[in-house]
Design a binder for this molecule. Structure first.
Ligand code: ADP
Ligand code: ZN
Ligand code: ZN
Length: 820
């Protein structure tokens, strides 16, 4: 008899072995989906991992019920990647499957089904399918289990599958997160009626009685970017910029002179415009391109370190073109897909409809469509752009991976498991399958730059913006000086205040950046800005009100709170933490006529709030945007002349060994929002420490100095890239149980790993209680010389030991390898 090992999408470490009934022997392949019974009366969709002759020793094998696919939908390469993820990131293979497969592929008994709002052609349905539809008309939401009862057959998944494919039903989950694309109103000339300047005369004839309409049309056709082919413009922008009434435009649309088009901006749609040539590279860019190709030839990952606007994206385009010419596929990874509409437009202009977008926010059909297309021998999508989950698509012929903004920590999945890093996973993929990979950033991560310096990666640098545009000028406002001289305007230094005034007078826009990631307040000296740091970890200490102690969240070191500042002796120490809200409030007091909006987690909770605020800002309906790091990412605003960074010190003292690196990256990224095209922008950093090395590095755009000092700290304090980090988080309702469990595992590990690793903690993190669960963390710093496999198996052993103890059954824990 033959058996198959099946991956089931539940969080368990093992595969499950089932026997293959004779009638299915011919139709079962590795990578196919099968329906298997699991637990009490449950049916799951699993993936065949292995076919063999060995019955399981511990249990009686059940039989596979159905095979859903007649060809593998998960390829061998992908299964290998799943294994690596599970192994490297210490996750269960079921969790990996859960994350890697779009939910349209994995139906379970509890999956809820409902009728789609597509029009159903009943002739296309067979009897059983028809029964399901009928049942759904009576009771709109049914689980697969219920459907199975209605039909009186056990495994209904094949029927569900065909109904899904026919678009008759939806899965509830899909409906919950159905991605409503944002719609924007565009106008264009009616080219069919008026294809050239001569015919345009007829249009003017039609409106010669209305000066307003004549004026509007004239404006439109004399815009620099106007052409008789694919020109269109956002209606709101056209009206605002040229002071044209919306009703005038509507009249022109009524008369069929202009055409109105509602464009969905977030959803990729077929591109119908002309395909354009990709821009010719400048000499410096071309040199960089040659260096990149040399790196590829040496089979090294290439790190492209290029300032914002240096043309990294244009260089990617050339690399993409090369890959396509060799008939290869391209994977273009971005940290966040919400911000990609500009990039998609750029890509489509050059590569047309070979571009596919893959994102977990897209609905199941779109994701499954891309997945299935890639399984075809010659599918239509050649370039896939996506956030981290795009790594798990069934590429058969991948010839280039681009990881843009490689330093972004959103590449790391925090929750749930697998807690994988998409950049690092991409590197692994590139290494095992010999795929050229390029990592791009204006502010590379210390880790990647180190790899480049050590010769593991090829390093290519671009220090100038394209077209001779200069980088914004960066100033630092000395807060302690301004406070002493009483020149502050609330939270705004005089320097920043005056620049804001000027910008508003000139009808330019302002961005104010306030990073309020710190939860527990930090103790900071009001006079000199000094922040207490841990003696062992080089991270700032966090004040704990409860115990009245300063504590290190990495190693547990504690200090008494002293009445006076340790650096300057002043008694004026205080808690810092003025968030975005306070800034918005103060700003409104000082500039009552300016229109201000806030972009942070609180204002973007509603689904499309983010896009709305951004496009209002783009359309200049807002003068000033206050925000957290959300405003730093890849947005290209044209009229921003001033950027204020309100509290640099807060970033610099965030309790994390990467806080300097992050602060540098964040500040330069926010700075990059200033004056991108026509005018040199100004950036004002407010700080108590104007001479802080990181601020100086930012002001001088000096990445190398930052890197050099960071790398010394990392070496001295046993941090990556010199040591690996693994973090174990323990969670429990009861503090005492948690303490005992965390202590048990940590001291066990400390004893068994003493020669290879430093075990720090357990300690309460900054937020020690979430949803009533207490948290504790243990960090393990592992020497690069140690066998990581050994260390991981020790960790598994100690955790399994804990789990086998009844008093700790309820303790939850998770493991984060390479925490960010
Ligand atoms: P980065 O990705 O490094 O921020 P981009 O590739 O977006 O830079 O380039 C910045 C701007 O300069 C874009 O508007 C881009 O179209 C333009 N640009 C860059 N290189 C060229 C080139 N060789 N020819 C024409 N335009 C270019
Ligand atoms: Zn410490
Ligand atoms: Zn002080």
């Amino acid at each position: 008899m033959n058996f198959a090992d099946i991956i089931i999408p539940v969080s368990l470490p093992n595969l499950f072995t089932y026997f293959i009934p004779e009638e299915l022997e011919e139709s079962i392949f590795i990578g196919c989906r099968v329906i298997v019974p699991f637990g009490k009366n449950k049916l799951y969709t699993g993936i065949v991992k292995k076919i063999h002759h060995l019955p399981p020793k511990e249990y009686q094998a059940k039989g596979i019920e159905h095979v859903l696919d007649n060809h593998p939908i998960v390829l061998q390469n992908q299964l290998k990647l799943w294994d690596w993820i599970a192994d490297y990131y210490m996750a269960n293979i079921g969790d990996v499957m859960q994350m890697a497969l779009p939910s349209g592929f994995k139906l379970v008994s509890e999956t809820k089904i409902l009728l789609s709002d597509n029009i159903v052609n009943f002739d296309e349905l067979n009897d059983r399918e028809f029964l399901v539809v009928e049942a759904l008309q009576i009771q709109p939401l049914l689980s697969i289990q219920e459907i199975s009862q209605i039909l009186g057959i056990k495994s209904v998944q094949p029927i569900i599958k065909t109904l899904l494919e026919k678009g008759v039903i939806w899965i509830e989950e899909e409906v919950q997160q159905k991605f409503k694309a944002k719609i924007e109103d565009y106008i264009s000339l009616n080219y069919q009626k008026f294809p050239n300047p001569e015919s345009l005369q007829n249009a003017f004839q039609l409106i010669k009685k209305s000066v307003k309409q004549e004026d509007a049309l004239l404006r439109l056709v004399s815009l620099p970017s106007f052409n008789y082919n694919d020109f269109k413009i956002k209606k709101s922008i056209f009206c605002k910029d040229y002071l044209i009434d919306s009703s005038t435009v509507n009249q022109l649309i009524k008369k069929e002179i202009l055409i109105f088009e509602a464009v969905t901006t977030d959803r990729i749609k077929n591109y119908q415009g002309n395909i354009q040539e990709i821009p010719v590279l400048s000499e410096i860019q071309n040199t960089a391109l040659i260096q990149i190709k040399l790196g590829f030839e040496e089979q090294k990952p290439v790190l492209l370190h290029g300032v914002t606007g240096s043309g990294k994206t244009e260089i990617y385009f050339h690399l993409i073109q090369n890959a396509l010419q060799q008939n290869k596929q391209v994977l273009y990874l971005l940290p966040e897909i919400a911000l990609t509409s500009q990039l998609i437009n750029r890509l489509q202009k050059v590569f047309g409809n070979e571009v596919g977008v893959y994102h977990s926010k897209f609905n199941i059909h779109e994701r499954v469509e891309i997945w299935n297309d890639l399984l075809l021998p010659n599918g239509k999508f050649k370039i896939i752009i996506g956030a981290r989950s795009a790594l798990f698509l069934p590429f058969q012929n991948l010839g280039l991976i681009i990881v843009d903004e490689e330093h972004e920590n959103t590449y790391k999945q925090f929750d749930p498991a697998p807690r994988y890093h998409a950049r690092d996973t991409a590197i692994y993929l590139s290494f095992t399958q010999k795929i050229p990979i390029i990592l791009g950033s204006a502010t590379p991560s210390i880790d990647s730059y180190y790899n480049a310096k050590m010769g593991k990666y090829a390093l290519v640098e671009l220090n100038k913006r394209y077209g001779g545009i200069s980088m914004p000028e960066i100033f630092c406002a000395d807060l302690s000086k301004e406070k002493k001289q009483k020149t502050m305007h609330g939270l705004f230094s005089d320097l920043l205040y005056k620049e804001i005034e000027k910008a508003l007078e000139n009808k330019e826009q302002v961005i104010l950046f306030q990073n309020r990631r710190g939860y527990a307040p930090i103790l900071e000296c009001d006079v000199c800005g000094h922040v207490e740091k841990c003696i062992r970890c080089d991270v700032s200490l966090t004040y704990h009100k409860h115990s009245n102690l300063l504590r290190c969240h990495y190693c547990g070191h504690m200090e008494e709170l002293s009445v006076t500042c340790k650096a300057c002796g002043s008694v004026e120490t205080g808690f810092k933490g003025s968030g975005t809200e306070q800034i918005e409030e103060e700003f409104a007091k000082f500039f009552p006529n300016a229109k201000i909006a806030r972009l942070d987690l609180d204002t973007t909770k509603k689904k499309y709030a983010y896009q709305e605020i951004i496009s209002d800002f783009e359309d200049a309906k807002i003068d000033v945007l206050v925000g957290t790091q959300m405003i730093t990412k890849g947005l290209d605003f044209n009229k921003v002349s001033v950027v204020g960074i309100l509290n640099a010190d807060q970033m610099l003292s965030f309790p994390d060994f990467r806080s300097f690196e992050r602060a540098f990256q964040l500040m330069l990224q926010v700075a990059g929002r200033a004056g991108r095209r026509d005018k040199r922008g100004k950036v004002i950093i407010q700080s108590f420490q104007p001479h802080h090395s990181v601020i100086k590095n930012v002001m001088e755009y000096d990445y190398l100095s930052l890197y050099n000092s960071e790398i010394i700290n990392r070496r001295n304090f046993y941090y990556p890239p010199f040591y690996r980090l693994i973090c174990i988080t323990f969670k429990h309702l009861n503090k005492n149980v948690l303490d005992a469990a965390a202590e048990g595992v940590s001291s066990g590990l400390r004893a068994s790993l003493k020669d290879f690793a430093l075990v720090l903690g357990p300690e309460y993190p900054a937020i020690s209680r979430i949803n009533n669960l207490y948290h504790k963390k243990t960090y393990i710093k592992i020497s690069k010389k140690a066998s990581i496999t050994d260390i991981k198996s020790h960790i598994h052993q100690w955790i399994n030991k804990l789990k086998s103890d009844n008093s700790y059954k309820q303790v939850r824990f998770n493991i984060d390898v390479d925490p960010q």
